[in-house]
Structures are given as structure tokens and as C-alpha cells.
Ligand binder design. Sequence first.
Ligand code: UDP
Length: 317
Amino acid sequence: MKIVVAGGAGFIGSHLCEYLLTKSHEVICLDNLLTGNKKNLKNALKYKQFRFIKTDVTHKLPEDLGKIDAVFHLASPASPNLNSPISYHTLAMETMLVNTQGTLNLLNLAHSNKARFLFASSSEVYGDPQVNPQPESYRGNVSTTGPRSVYDEAKRFGETLTSYFVRKKNLDARIARIFNTYGPRILPQDGRMLTNFILQALSSKPITLYGKGEQTRSLCYVSDTVMGLTSLMFIDNLAGEIVNIGTTKEHMVKEYAKMVKELTHSNSQIVSTEKLPQDDPLVRRPDINKASTLLNWFPKVKLPQGITETINYYRHA
Ligand code: UDP
């Protein structure tokens, strides 16, 4: 198959490109490298059936792509860290546009090719949830105007656009709500929890909990996330389905800090440095019954294994 991966130079996108290449697909990666990085494509670029095009999907898409069979849309800033130069706060307008205008452009590309489409949505559509775990039927608790709204509401509208194409234009599109994913290639400046903790532990700096670190997250290793996304794309008869992709193993942020400290054998202190950022969800855990029923998909990588692999990557990065 010939597959477009928008955002293919990003963290999850680059792992997805590599997986598709190992399955002998032809892959066209579209990325403007705003938050993605060409270094992530080191392995992908070794394949002759891989093509990288530096382009912004919010603008006119390249016309020489040929006949396409499937489009994954993972292009978006994704970090909620206020201090990050590449967060969706810093890149607020880009974030809003890539999930709305960018989604529309890519939906049109899929439609004109009669291709399948997958929109990478987010657990952020549930906001600071009042229901835990979150099933796909939960409509969320999102502020339309708060700091996270530039991402949350853009993802929600991206879902709306995608559903419109399914309903009105018969497009075979699917929506993945991706929960916290970790693994090699998250950029240090992204400021994500596990990456911060690992880099702090490896350099014997304090491991920084925002607030008391009692908020919870459920972390899924990137290879499992990629398997979930590809299953959702390639299994037949799932047009219009919305599926949570994540793990149900929920821990407090301070517990992740402790795991990282132990697995790195670090002498770093675990400290509570700042108050919880505004609208930081207090709990987050997916209900993955739908993924297990429809896709026969379950995350496989255990936390100690995934965290160890991630630590090894950052030790040598
Ligand atoms: N967090 C933290 N210390 C850090 C970075 C993040 O305590 O150095 C917290 C953050 O406030 C949030 C959780 O860890 O509650 C996960 O943050 P992340 O940025 O990875 O993503 P989110 O799940 O908030 O989208």
C-alpha cells in the first residue's frame, strides 16, 4: 500500500513510519519539522520506499503524491508544558490550524483518493475528566477558553470534521484517541513527564513533580501505541469508529518519578517544585474495552521494560 503519514517526523509518527516500512508499505512522510525532527527518520530514510516531504499540511498539499491508499494524520504539537518552546501553548495558532485546516486538507486528500483515513485525536478531548476510566462515550470536561483549549478544542473539532466526512462523504475514516505514550525520541525540550524525569535522574538533578505529584497518568509504550493505530487503520468495517489507544495501568506522577529514580540508580532528590499547571487533569486512564473487542489489541510492554528501553535511549542520545 501507499501510505501518507502526516507528522511522520514526530515521536509517534516516526515509529509508525518505521513499522509500516518493515511491513513493506510505501510511505510518504509529510512534516514541516516544527516539532518533528529529521533525526527521528534516520532508520526510515534507509528504505527506498520511503519519501520525506517537508511541507505544512495546513497549506496546499503536494500534488505529485500519486494514488494513495491510506492517510494517517498525526501532525500537531502535543506538549502541554508551559515552558516548552515547542508546546501547543507556544505554538497555539499552529496547533489550532493543523488540527482543523490541516485535518480538512488531509481528509480531502483521502477522499479524492478513496483512501482510508485515521485522525490521531487525544485523551485531551476528555479534558479534566469527571469519570475515570474514560470510555469513548464520555463527552469530556473541557474548557473552551482555558490554556489547554487550543489543543483540546482543536482535536475535538478535528474529530467533528472527520465524522462529517464519514457521514456526508462516505469516507472510510477512523479516530484514535491516543493517551499518554512514552518511549525513545520525545524531544527533551518537549518537557514531558517521563522524559524530564529520566534526563533529570541521569544528570543527578532534582526530579521535579508539578504539584504533589498525586495526579495520575497511564503510560503506554510507543510500540504498543503504533500497533493500536495500525490495527485501527487496517481492520475492515470500522468506518466512523472512535477508539481509545492507551494502557489501563494507572499510576501517580510521583510513582513514575520513583520508578525512574530506581531504574537509573540515580541519587537525584524527588522534589515538588511548582503548583499544578492550570487545568492539568487530575486523573487519566482509558477504558480500552472497545480496542480489545474491535481490534483484539492490548498493550504488551510492561513499565519496567519500556522505561528501561527509554532510559537506554536517553543515555546514548
Ligand atoms: N509533570 C511533572 N513534572 C514534569 C513534567 C510533567 O510533574 O517535569 C506532570 C504534569 O503536570 C502532568 C503529568 O506530569 O500532571 C504528565 O505531564 P505530561 O507533560 O507528560 O503530559 P499530559 O499528560 O499532562 O498531557
